[in-house]
Design a protein around this ligand. Structure first.
Ligand SMILES: Cc1cc2nc3c(=O)[nH]c(=O)nc-3n(C[C@H](O)[C@H](O)[C@H](O)COP(=O)(O)OP(=O)(O)OC[C@H]3O[C@@H](n4cnc5c(N)ncnc54)[C@H](O)[C@@H]3O)c2cc1C
Length: 496
């Protein structure tokens, strides 16, 4: 007969019961925690509070509302104000302005004479730059002027994608007036007309061109590693930060334009916005978005500082009615009372170059910027080179306006700009202004599309995770679980 050990059976039973209770309790704890996290995230009462601003750069994105809050680093205005003033005032005016004949023609040396790596197959061939443009695209009169040198056909062209080629169609009128002076911040000699050509910017939208791979990567690498290194966390020298921020902001803007107009299918010529690209290259990196806002404010400050100059400048393209309109729009822009009230001083340049090392630092940063400007001659896609050169000249003009000094190192009262610099400056501001619109619009679209929330948990948590109550409860809970783990994982980051 089998003897039953009641005692040990009892213990086993108790153990089992305890285990069951334990696992039940664990399950309940997990479920309750998840619900708490879920509710806390969804009805987060301090979404816009000071705590968030203090904790980090405050990129807050709920299901139907995504926004940045707080002051842009090193600037004097906050995100909300910039967005309001851009959408309400600057963007509509700039869009009109850049269409006027005066602002739509840009003089540029498009040949790519890369001074840094002459053996780069991408850029060695001068004629390569316009190889696929047919001759009948150009007006007869155009072909005879020395400013517009026509390329020879070259079968070895490596940048022949139609979307990468600059359309050189232009009105027969050309500009008059304005002095020609060389900008010390840029590498090109702006007074040298020898190899320059006029380009109608309206026919050459800055968008996806298919330029990618080692050639493009090499340029960005050379810019960041040699000429404007990313500053270390805690860097206090604002001047060193400024150059990096300007270039990074420009890079974000270029990426935003690529994402906003992306060629999905060459055969059917299907263009549409590319949310994933925008998310991966710009939106998920808070610093890149912040640098875009910084660059916008920096250029805006240069434009407002040059108010009296821009007020009196001669906008003469030969089309009287259109030129009067350009002048009217410029005055509307620089004298807008809403801009003055909302953000009187977008960036305070007076704080820079102080102290003994100021002049040396200025020279050093000027040299670095000149190198970056020279690198534009190595860009192996003509349209990218066009916009790269224009925008770098626009930045160089901003630097010139904000930081030009006379022989004694005092701010230069006799600042002179050339027509092309003003064209570059205003077109750059328009590019940046468009990019801010894309960031706001596409951030909301991305949030709706994949249900994203960014936890502004200080520098610890730098990535996004998804969380969307409208998706299936299971998915929402899974996402909440990730959120839960993320919050208590000491800053481990998740990427969707
Ligand atoms: C001057 C210039 C103009 C261009 N214009 C165009 C154009 O009009 N149309 C077009 O289709 N292509 C253009 N390109 C190419 C485009 O910028 C990219 O290089 C290309 O699309 C390949 O992208 P990628 O994913 O390799 O990353 P890239 O954009 O090439 O970035 C390279 C690296 O730089 C870092 N990085 C990226 N963004 C930032 C930022 N905002 N701040 C700091 N670091 C950053 C990252 O580490 C990244 O891996 C241009 C390139 C250059 C150099």
């Amino acid at each position: 007969m089998l003897k039953v050990d009641r005692k040990s059976n009892n213990v086993d039973h108790k153990k089992k019961k305890n285990n069951n209770n334990n696992s039940k309790w664990k399950r309940w704890r997990l479920i309750t925690s998840l619900i708490v996290v879920f509710v806390a995230m969804y009805f987060n009462p301090w979404r816009h509070s000071l705590i968030y601003s203090l904790l980090n750069k405050t990129y807050i994105c709920s299901e139907d509302n995504c926004e940045y809050t707080g002051i842009v680093e090193e600037c004097c205005c906050d995100y909300e104000t910039i967005n309001d003033i851009n959408e309400g005032v600057l963007h509509p005016l700039l869009q009109e302005l850049v269409k006027t004949p005066f602002f739509r023609y840009f003089k540029v040396k498009l040949w790519c004479d890369c001074p840094f790596w002459p053996d780069d197959g991408m850029c060695r061939l001068r004629d390569c730059s316009v190889c696929e443009c047919s001759e009948n695209e150009f007006p007869e009169s155009f072909k005879t002027t020395s400013l517009n040198v026509l390329p020879k056909d070259d079968p070895v062209c490596q940048e022949g994608k139609p979307e990468a080629v600059v359309d050189r169609t232009i009105d027969v009128k050309s500009f008059r007036g304005w002095v020609e002076v060389d900008n010390p911040w840029t590498n090109d000699d702006e007074t040298d007309n020898g190899e320059m050509t006029y380009v109608n910017l309206q026919l050459n939208a800055e968008r996806h061109t298919g330029y990618t791979g080692p050639s493009a990567r090499r340029i960005w690498d050379a810019i960041y590693s040699e000429n404007c290194p990313r500053y270390a966390y805690g860097e206090t020298c604002t001047e060193k930060k400024v150059l990096y921020k300007l270039i990074s902001g420009l890079h974000s803007s270029i990426s935003s334009h690529i994402a906003a107009e992306y060629l999905y299918d060459e055969a059917t010529n299907k263009w549409a916005s590319n949310l994933r690209l925008m998310h991966n290259r710009v939106l998920k990196h808070f610093d890149r978005v912040e640098n875009l806002y910084f660059t916008f404010l920096f250029v805006l400050r240069a434009v407002t500082k040059a108010t009296s100059y821009l007020d009196q400048a001669e906008y003469d393209s030969g089309n009287h009615v259109e030129d009067l309109r350009a002048q009217f729009l410029i005055r509307e822009l620089v004298h807008d009372s809403r801009l003055e009230e909302a953000c009187a001083l977008p960036f305070d340049e007076a704080e820079l170059w102080q102290g003994q090392g100021g002049p040396i630092l200025r020279q050093q940063i000027q040299n670095q910027f000149r190198n970056i400007s020279a690198l534009m001659d190595c860009v192996g896609c003509e349209k990218c080179r066009l916009w790269g050169k224009l925008q770098v000249l626009g930045l160089g003009t901003s630097l010139q306006i904000l930081f030009s000094v006379d022989d004694q190192g005092n701010p230069d009262p006799d600042l002179q700009l050339q027509r092309n610099e003003v064209i570059a400056l205003l077109n750059l501001l328009n590019r940046l202004s468009e990019s801010l619109i894309y960031v706001t619009k596409m951030r909301d679209e991305v949030a709706k599309d994949i249900g994203l929330i960014h936890i502004p948990w200080g520098p610890l948590i730098t990535h996004w995770y998804s969380f969307n109550a409208t998706t299936s409860p299971f998915l929402a809970l899974t996402k909440a679980k990730i959120a839960f783990e993320l919050l208590f994982s000491g800053g481990r980051s998740y990427q969707i």
